[in-house]
Design a protein around this ligand. Structure first.
Ligand code: SF4
Ligand code: SF4
Length: 68
């Protein structure tokens, strides 16, 4: 598995409800949860081609930089 500078989640805040399911699921500390909605603060620690948080997001709010 490789950590990626060219693959990380991008949240559509119009769809995001702030449930934090994504942040609680990810074991790599990519998200900060101190605010009302999660923020991507460690994109370089996201695992390339992992789609775990996208799969688990109940509102389809997560896409990836680097996805084509
Ligand atoms: S799982 Fe989806 S809706 Fe919930 S906080 Fe994350 S991006 Fe937002
Ligand atoms: S894609 Fe995987 S590693 Fe990256 S933030 Fe989501 S759950 Fe974490």
């Amino acid at each position: 598995m490789s950590m990626a500078d060219n693959w990380y989640p991008v949240i559509d805040y119009d769809k995001c409800t702030g449930c934090l399911t994504c942040a609680n699921f990810c074991p790599h500390g990519v998200y900060d949860t101190s605010g009302e909605k999660p923020r991507v603060v460690k994109p370089e620690d996201c695992v390339e081609f992992c789609r775990g948080c996208q799969r688990i997001c109940p509102t389809g709010a997560i896409n990836y930089f680097g996805d084509s």
